[in-house]
Design a protein around this ligand. Structure first.
Ligand SMILES: C[S@@+](CC[C@H](N)C(=O)[O-])C[C@H]1O[C@@H](n2cnc3c(N)ncnc32)[C@H](O)[C@@H]1O
Length: 213
């Protein structure tokens, strides 16, 4: 095993430890923010090469099940923007915002933006634990391989809006939370109508924000 393999293995382990810790106790995020950001800043230039073409199959399966096309979409932990572009292509009327903690990921996402999507897709650097959006700003919030911050997910998803949490390699994904755990937390945060999806080794959970909480 060479140094690159070792670093990748350590990075995957760190991502899982961070996810477990923060889902159990969101207040611990402040101790992990710096290392998470540094890790993904370093990965940004090579991120697209690491992605399998079918990495978002489960996310897409969940998006297929949405009852209506959303007009305001948030892709949290957008990385290089791949899932944001999927949403923008699928929902041609939608404005899509991709948010990432790592500045280098945001820069890469902006660089990757196809000209035909540039008017409707924008990227900004922000922390999903403290988002710069008002309550109920989005009809669809989607996460691909990203740590869920439940308070903020509940705050920025519009009443009756939808949330999709997807994991490209199911339980093998470094950032992964079991569906039962997600359902429990989301249920306590005003989400309902859960549905699970599996495709190409990935998993996704779709949920609807109650119109009254
Ligand atoms: C595993 S990558 C997934 C990237 C992309 N969604 C994909 O599947 O290709 C996780 C991304 O979430 C970002 N991230 C982690 N914690 C975050 C936070 N609190 N706020 C915003 N982005 C975060 C990381 O910088 C990284 O780009």
């Amino acid at each position: 095993m060479n140094l690159g393999d070792l670093e990748r293995r350590f990075g995957r382990r760190l991502a899982r430890v961070t996810t477990n810790a923060v889902v159990a106790r969101p207040g611990l995020w402040r101790f992990f923010r710096w290392s998470t950001r540094a890790q993904f800043d370093r990965l940004a230039p090579s991120w697209d090469a690491l992605r399998r073409p079918e990495a978002f199959a489960a996310l897409e399966a969940a998006l297929d099940a949405l009852p209506d096309a959303p007009r305001r979409v948030l892709d949290l932990g957008t990385g290089t923007g791949l899932a944001a572009f999927i949403a923008a292509r699928r929902f041609p009327e939608a404005e899509v915002v991709g948010v990432d903690l790592a500045e280098a990921m945001v820069a890469q996402a902006r660089q990757n933006t196809p000209p035909e999507l540039a008017e409707r897709v924008r990227f900004l650097q922000a922390d999903a634990a403290q988002l710069p959006f008002g309550p109920g700003s989005f009809d669809l919030v989607q996460l691909a391989n990203m740590i869920p911050f439940f308070d903020e997910l509940a705050r920025v998803t519009a009443p009756d809006g939808h949330l999709v949490l997807s994991f490209s390699a199911g339980p093998e994904t470094p950032i992964w939370v079991p569906s039962e755990r997600l359902r429990r937390e989301l249920g306590e945060h005003g989400f309902t109508d859960f549905a699970d999806f599996e495709a190409e080794g990935g998993t996704a959970l779709l949920a609807r924000r109650r119109d009254r909480v």
